[in-house]
Structures are given as structure tokens and as C-alpha cells.
Design a protein around this ligand. Structure first.
Ligand code: 2AM
Length: 201
């Protein structure tokens, strides 16, 4: 099966993103229900590897944070744009989460991700879209800004190709377990910085 790890988005945010999706010839718009922020594309794996990945991901520790989207970007190959997306702000907690997920999938035996992390939500895949129209779309929506989206979990999705396009199915959800619960180090540090024991207990 084909897997990827992503942050799912609340319905109102997906709808706000879907409302942008018009006006570019050659665009295959992503349906609102498929919108997400990919943390790690995994690709084809067998059932045993899937189980190892789930086990490794369940050890990821992270604190909740707010995700914000702002502005539009595109990917291109030889000047031909092939994807349109909304930019996701590269906050520290998002980068830490991405790193923890990356470490987890490597612990499960996958090779390291070679590409740089470029957080985004894909709005459309493009086929022979006129670059000028893509440029005007980006200019028109460049002031787009989402509300702050509280993130408190991430999801392992499987992806199937159906006649009506990609179908994404959650295989496992991972609610954040606070990073400070991970080991005793943080607690020890607190004790050192509380020499008078004012925090009680
Ligand atoms: P995209 O949003 O940039 O298209 C499910 O297909 C998710 O995995 C999509 O969000 C997609 O990213 C990403 N994805 C698909 N194929 C990929 C690949 N070969 N390398 C990296 N990411 C990929």
C-alpha cells in the first residue's frame, strides 16, 4: 500500500481553501476532503512495514501548536508549473514535528527523505496550464491567509487511486503526547531551576 504522514485540516479551513480553487485552465483541483499538509511521503510498503511505521510513529512526542497558511506558491519543472499550493508557515514546532516523524520512519527502516521540507497544501495539479494564468492566480490570491489552525495530532494515510481520483484513508491517528513527558531530563531540569522548592509537591 501507498502511505504518507500528514496533518489533517478542519473542515472550515478545507472549505476556505477549496473556495480559492477556480480559474486556471489545465488545473485538476484537489477536492476539499483531500487537503492536508504532508509531513512525510512514504510510498509503497507491505503490511509488516506498515505495522513497524505505526509503532515508530506512536513514539513521536510533540506539543500542540498553531499552524498558519499564508500566500500561494507553485512547483515547476523547466518553467512549466505542475502544482499550485498554499504556503504553510515554517514554525519551529512544525519543523520539530516533521523531524520527529522523519526520525520515526527511519527507525522503521525507511531511507532518509532526500528532499527539503517545503510545507504546503496542494490546491491543484497542473497539466499544460498557461504560466501567465498560474501567475495571475498567485497574484490574485497572494493575500490569502488562513485562520490559526490548532494542531494536536497527525495521521498516517493510505492512498488509493480510484476512477474518480485519489482516495485517502486514515490508517492511524496519533494525538500528540507532550514532549516533556518523553523522558526524565526535562523534569530534572525543572528541579535544578527551582532551588527553593516554591513549586511545591
Ligand atoms: P503534494 O501535496 O505536493 O502533491 C499524497 O499523495 C501526498 O504525498 C501528497 O500531498 C503529495 O504531495 C505527496 N507525494 C506524492 N508523491 C510524492 C513523492 N514522490 N514525493 C514526495 N511527496 C509525494
Amino acid at each position: 500500500m501507498r502511505l504518507f504522514v500528514a496533518i489533517d485540516l478542519p473542515r472550515d479551513v478545507k472549505e476556505a481553501l477549496a473556495a480559492l480553487c477556480a480559474g486556471v485552465p489545465g488545473a485538476r483541483w484537489v477536492p476539499a476532503e483531500n487537503m492536508h499538509v504532508t509531513l512525510r511521503f512514504i510510498g509503497e510498503v507491505d503490511g509488516a512495514r506498515r505495522d513497524d511505521i505505526i509503532e515508530a510513529l506512536s513514539e513521536v512526542r510533540a506539543d500542540g501548536f498553531d499552524l498558519e497558511m499564508q500566500g500561494i506558491g507553485h512547483f515547476e519543472t523547466r518553467r512549466q508549473p505542475h502544482a499550485l499550493w498554499v504556503r504553510v508557515n515554517r514554525s519551529e514546532p512544525l519543523l520539530r514535528l516533521r523531524e520527529s516523524v522523519e526520525n520515526a520512519v527511519q527507525r522503521a527502516g525507511l531511507p532518509p527523505e532526500g528532499r527539503k521540507f517545503m510545507p504546503h497544501v496542494t490546491l491543484a495539479r497542473l497539466k499544460e496550464a498557461p504560466p501567465g494564468r498560474v501567475e495571475s492566480f498567485m497574484q490574485e490570491h497572494n493575500l490569502f491567509r488562513s485562520r490559526a489552525v490548532p494542531v494536536s495530532d497527525f495521521t498516517l494515510f493510505s492512498s488509493f487511486l480510484s476512477r474518480n481520483g485519489a482516495l485517502y484513508r486514515p490508517e492511524a491517528e496519533f494525538p500528540f503526547v507532550a514532549a516533556k513527558e518523553r523522558d526524565g531530563a526535562a523534569e530534572e531540569e525543572e528541579e535544578i531551576y527551582d532551588p527553593w522548592g516554591v513549586s511545591g509537591s
